[in-house]
Design a protein around this ligand. Sequence first.
Ligand code: SF4
Ligand code: SF4
Length: 301
Amino acid sequence: MSEKGLVYNINRSSFHDGPGIRTTVFLKGCPLNCIWCHNPESQQYEAQLSYNESKCINCRMCEQSCGNGVHNFVSGKHYVYFDKCKLSGKCIEVCELDALSIIGKSVSVEEVMDEVIKDKKFYDNSGGGITVSGGEPTVQIDFLVKLLEKCKQENIHTAIETCGYAKESNYKKIISLVNLFLFDYKITGKNRHKKYTGVSNELILSNLDFLCNRDANVILRCPIIPGINNCDEHYKAIADLSNKYKSILETHIMFYNNWGISKNKNIGNINYFETKMFSETEKASLVKKLKEFGVKKVSIG
Ligand code: SF4
Ligand code: SF4
């Protein structure tokens, strides 16, 4: 039987998830819960309901179709009780404004490949390929392996975006199938890392060591979040890490953005993190500073 995976998005013509023109396949589920996460809809391991309030006209069709009491209207306001949702999809069928959707769909490797293969000539002409992202793609390791194997058969360049928090045995399974690891380095210090992502960074650093000692191609991806990790201690640690391994080809800085706010609202998360984004001038001066600290081949990711 064909392996199935829970996929929440397939983004063709992606230019930011590795070299060239790429198709990024987003798998659901993540062992971390970084407070700044701009893909909060990726974190849950199961499919889930999404409600976009800005599209809703309060027609109440969803209330009538749902047998589980998810949609409630009080004084003209639509309240959604996400925890009651059984994912029947009945409300989605009757919503003509596309205000409702289910995030996460069970699909086969072949179904994903049907999409990925459409842009093969663009990959070949641009040095692009597939990037498997998340969440954390290794949480669906069997599906990931099968998908990467298919890409190899089709001679498609493969990259994965990984938070680094997985069993070493999972990286062993994919190391020969992945041309490029986009590997996150988020916060320096295991306690601070745990405070802001939910897990310590010890396993992550150990996995980075594992990959680099086996000559995997790695791009270090470093989110910089105002008030969380924009400090000299962290910049120095990024510099040290980027120079420690020959395997680390480049360092990409991912500046905080607030795209996660509306997504959090859509899935019913009300306790989301929000802070001011860096200005373009601040970004430029931070990149300059990182270069002064000696960060290898640094650029804005
Ligand atoms: S590792 Fe990535 S997907 Fe997972 S919570 Fe952190 S930012 Fe979000
Ligand atoms: S059916 Fe759609 S537009 Fe109508 S109330 Fe429900 S979510 Fe809003």
